[in-house]
Design a protein. Sequence first.
Length: 232
Amino acid sequence: MAKDNGFDNRPFRKLKGLEIKKSMKKSHPRNTDTLAENTSECDDRELFKHAMKGVSPIRSDYVTPDPVDAREVIETIQETIRKQDRDVIDTLSALTSKRSRFDITCTGEYMEGHVVPLDPGILRKLKAGEFSTQAYLDLHGCTKEAARSALNTFITNAHAMGNKALLVIHGRGLKSSDGPVLKEFVVRWLSTGALSHLVLAFCSARPCDGGTGALYVLLRKRPKKALFKRPL
């Protein structure tokens, strides 16, 4: 029999009869503001409703156009036709009454014109680009009336300043359904009316200056002012 030396080798003796309670799993309440865990059970309609939650539809900003008055449309078209007819009549009248002193030649897209008579050497130099252009005017995007006003101002001011050679860019009109309308009007304005008294010759530019989409314009010399003589 072993001696009792006061040492108790039973460390779990005090745990005898101790009851251990089973742990209870905490249940979390379901959050209704988020998607359910098993989204596979939700159909597209439920997902769309959840995504659109709190969204309010905006009012339509579509403006219903006013009904078109057929009479106004017809009057506008008729007025445009009348203006075009007047331009044609004015040009023909200038030609028949010999108020147009220009000899105009058109070959394909190339155009040239000059007063009669004119030294052939001057036109040859103009076509070769030997006259250095001193100013230019770009008529791209201009309406007919705006282009006419701009051209009148440009030519008049250039002549008053003593400029000799100009460049007028009118475009080729290839993208227009009506063709090179502005180009034809520019030639008409230069050769008839008030501008014809200031213009000596014109021709399509070289490719480096715009080709058939531009014109070299040669102006007449500005008359010299008489010197004022002091009375004796």
